[in-house]
Design a binder for this molecule. Structure first.
Ligand code: PEP
Ligand code: MN
Length: 337
C-alpha cells in the first residue's frame, strides 16, 4: 500500500501517521521529496483499512498494491488447491463435471438423471432442494424431502451430491447429508452465512454474485477461509451486463484472472450464464479452453415440463454428446474428463 501525503505536510504529521500504521503491525518506509512525502507499507497489509488512512486530512491519496485477501491469494500459496470429495477431486488434472437438474422434483426424476449423467462421465450430481426463486409464487423446491431424494440418487449411483444452502439454520442438516454445499449467486454477499459455513469443513461451491467483481468473489472465499474452511471451489456463472439476449454474460476472462490471483479451483456454470440450452455446448468448450477446473451443467430428462430452468437444461442425450465433444478440448489443454 502506498500513502501519498499532501504537499506541505509537516514531518511531525508524517511521523505521527507512520507510527500509527506501524503500531498496526506494518513496516513503513518513508520517501521524502522536496515538499511531499510518500509512505510505503510493506508486510501483511490485509488488516489495514485504506479508508481510515484516507480519512487523515494530511493524506492526498492511498493506492493498494497488494490484494486485500490473504488465504485465497496465490502469492502466499503458489500451488493449486485440490479438493477431495469422496473419490473425486476438484482442481486436479481431471476436470470436475457436476450435472443434474435445476431442482429435485421426484425420486424417479433425480434417480433417472443421476444414472444417465453418471453413465456419460459426470463426477457429481447437482439438484436444488431449497430454491432461490425471483418470484415467491414460483416452485421453491422440495426442501428437506429434496435432500432425502438426493441421498437416494447418491446411494443408487455413488455420485457425491451438490446442493444449495439458503440459510445458516440449515448448516447442520447440510453438513450431515451433503457432499458439497453450494452458496448461490444471491448469497455470495451473505457474510454471516459465509462465516458460519467457514466453521465447517464441508467443501463449499461459491458462486459469483450477480454483479460481483472478481475481487468481491475472492473476498467472499476469504470469509469462508478466515474461519478455517479452506475447501472452497469458485464458480463463474455469468454476471449482469447491458446485454439482454443472454440471461447473463459469461465472463470467461474471470477464469485466467482468478487462476493468476488465487490458488482455489474455479469451475464454470454455462447454464445459468446463457439461459439457453443450445449455448451450453459452445460455452462449455470455451470454459475448458480458458482453463476452468470443471463445469456445472443443468440436465433434465423432460426439459419442457421442468419445474425450473428447463429452457437452459440439456437432455441426457445432449449431455452425453457434449461430454464426448469436450474430450479433445480437455486433451488440448492437458486436462482429462
Ligand atoms: C443454481 O445453481 O441452481 C442457481 C440458482 O444458480 P445461481 O445461484 O448461479 O443463480
Ligand atoms: Mn437453475
Amino acid at each position: 500500500m502506498i500513502v501519498i501525503m499532501r504537499p506541505g505536510t509537516t514531518i511531525e504529521e508524517v511521523d505521527k501517521l507512520k507510527n500509527k500504521i506501524e503500531r498496526e503491525g506494518c513496516k513503513v518506509s518513508l520517501l521524502k521529496g522536496e515538499n511531499q512525502c510518500i509512505l510505503g507499507l510493506v508486510g501483511d497489509t490485509t488488516r489495514i483499512d485504506p479508508s481510515k488512512i484516507e480519512a487523515n486530512k494530511h493524506v492526498e491519496r492511498v493506492t493498494k498494491v497488494q490484494q486485500p485477501y490473504k488465504l485465497a491469494n496465490r502469492l502466499f500459496h503458489p500451488s493449486e488447491t485440490v479438493i477431495r470429495v469422496k473419490d473425486e477431486i476438484i482442481g486436479g488434472k481431471k476436470l470436475a463435471v457436476i450435472a443434474g437438474p435445476c431442482s429435485v422434483e421426484s425420486e424417479e426424476q433425480i434417480v433417472e438423471i443421476a444414472r444417465s449423467v453418471k453413465e456419460s462421465g459426470a463426477g457429481f450430481l447437482r439438484g436444488g432442494a431449497f430454491k432461490p426463486r425471483t418470484s415467491p409464487y414460483s416452485f421453491q423446491g422440495l426442501k428437506k424431502h429434496g435432500l432425502e431424494l438426493l441421498k437416494i440418487a447418491r446411494q443408487e449411483t455413488g455420485l457425491p451430491i451438490v446442493t444449495e444452502i439458503m440459510s445458516a439454520d440449515m448448516i447442520d442438516l447440510f453438513v450431515q447429508n451433503v457432499d458439497v454445499i453450494q452458496v448461490g449467486a444471491r448469497n455470495m454477499h451473505n457474510f454471516e452465512l459465509l462465516k458460519e459455513l467457514g466453521k465447517t469443513r464441508t467443501p463449499i461451491l461459491l458462486k459469483r454474485g450477480l454483479s460481483a467483481t472478481i475481487e468481491e468473489l475472492i473476498m467472499s472465499a476469504e470469509y469462508l477461509m478466515s474461519e478455517g474452511n479452506e475447501n472452497v471451489i469458485l464458480c463463474e456463472r455469468g454476471v449482469r451486463t447491458f446485454e439482454t439476449y443472454t440471461r447473463n454474460t459469461l465472463d470467461l476472462s474471470a477464469i485466467p484472472a482468478i487462476k493468476r490471483l488465487s490458488h482455489l479451483p474455479i469451475i464454470v456454470d454455462p447454464s445459468h450464464a446463457a439461459g439457453m440450452w443450445w449455448m451450453v455446448e459452445p460455452l462449455s468448450k470455451a470454459a475448458i479452453a480458458v482453463g476452468a477446473d470443471g463445469l456445472m451443467i443443468e440436465v433434465h430428462n423432460d426439459p419442457e415440463n421442468a419445474k425450473c430452468d428447463g429452457q437452459q437444461s440439456l437432455t441426457p442425450k445432449r449431455f452425453k454428446t457434449l461430454m464426448a465433444d469436450l474430450e479433445p478440448i480437455a486433451a488440448a489443454v492437458n486436462r482429462e474428463l
